[in-house]
Design a protein around this ligand. Structure first.
Ligand code: DAH
Length: 356
């Protein structure tokens, strides 16, 4: 009995002693530093070699009673792993430092990150939208993949109109009813089908035409479309709105003129020219010495179009207009090749205002 008590007491003592030593070593290792890989290796030998401090603990571990083995075993193993990781990290860090080019001043400020720039099409598109938003137009967008109804039929295109031809329009999977929209006027139809007058929408979007790519034509470009439907909307409203727009976009001195034209969806229709902002109307090579630049098509919405979209043409009238964004960006920035917009050449793109 006496022997047993003595033995238990001795084991208890070993346990406390070991746990204390483990804690001490843990704290010691937490604080170790090494100035060289050799110093780190010395530390490894001190703690982890066969005769090292942690190995000594493993030897003492033999004296621990069976029921305490688990707790102490775990503690010693954890300490060993901790020491191993700490020393390896020290070594890795020192090796990296050694291989890095010497003489680098780590306190120097970093290279500033270059901000991207906004695409010229986005800059001009946003500017156009902002002008019309001020007049109470709301932005509306529609699908790029469309059906014949929204692109042509509801807009009063006759069956045999050349725009419906394969040569102008991209059809999808040879299905004549699924096509890429050739103009954003298709969104007018969606808006008239889903909204009640007064309707005042401004629609930016990509359009697609089967054109050979050159400096002045592309198979994909951008338009902005406007639509205003209410009681008593007149051509005078259209004219005044477009004059305001031209002055906002090209400056207070800008003037507009309207030339009679034809579009299936407007009657009467007009093309709008703005006075050349480059030569102030005196004549230059951009305006081909005419003093005027064509910027959009417009007109009073044809009653057939109103009716096709479910709007009472006896009660309501409206105007519509549509313009190409690339062309306006060309005029604003002096860009002379349409292809530049889509090549993503940073030398071109970085000339425009920084995105923020
Ligand atoms: N959709 C025409 C085009 O792509 C542009 C246009 C002309 C839109 C007259 C209109 C308009 O809304 O009234 O060339």
């Amino acid at each position: 009995m006496a022997n047993y008590i003595f033995c238990s007491f001795a084991l208890h003592k070993t346990k406390i002693a070991m746990l204390t030593r483990i804690k001490e070593l843990q704290q010691e290792i937490e604080g170790i530093v090494a100035k060289s890989v050799d110093e780190a290796e010395e530390l490894r030998i001190k703690y982890l070699s066969k005769k090292g401090e942690i190995s000594k603990l493993f030897e003492e571990f033999r004296n621990v009673s069976a029921e305490q083995k688990k707790e102490i075993g775990q503690a010693v193993n954890t300490l060993k792993e901790f020491a191993l990781e700490k020393i390896n990290l020290l070594k890795e860090g020192l090796q990296e430092e050694k291989s890095a080019v010497s003489g680098i001043d780590l306190t120097l400020p970093g290279e500033p990150m270059k901000l991207g720039t906004r695409h010229p099409i986005s800059i001009v598109k946003n500017e156009i939208l902002d002008i019309f938003k001020k007049l109470g137009f709301v932005v509306s967008e529609g699908p790029e993949i469309e059906d014949d109804w929204h692109v042509f039929s509801a807009l009063n295109f006759p069956e045999e109109h050349p725009a419906r031809d394969m040569q102008d329009t991209f059809f999808i999977q040879r299905n004549p009813d699924v096509l890429l929209r050739t103009h954003t006027s298709s969104v007018q139809v969606h808006d008239m089908e889903t909204m009640k007058p007064p309707i005042r929408t401004i629609t930016p979007g990509r359009v697609f035409r089967n054109e050979a790519i050159s400096y002045r034509a592309h198979c994909m470009f951008h338009q902005v479309e406007g639509l205003y439907i209410d009681e008593n909307v007149s051509f005078a409203d259209l004219k005044q709105t477009l004059l305001y727009y031209a002055k906002e976009l090209f400056g207070e001195d800008a003037e507009i003129r309207m030339r009679p034209s034809y579009f299936p969806f407007t009657e009467p229709s007009a093309e709008v020219d703005v006075s050349c902002s480059i030569c102030s109307g005196k004549g230059c090579n951009v305006c081909k010495y005419s003093g005027w630049l064509e910027i959009m098509g417009c007109g009073m919405v044809d009653p057939n179009v109103l009716e096709a979209s479910g709007i009472d043409s006896k009660k309501y009238t409206g105007y519509a207009f549509g313009m190409g964004v690339e062309r306006i960006a060309m005029l604003k920035f002096g860009i002379n090749d349409l292809r530049l917009y889509f090549e993503n050449d940073v030398r071109f793109l970085q000339q425009f205002e920084a995105a923020n």
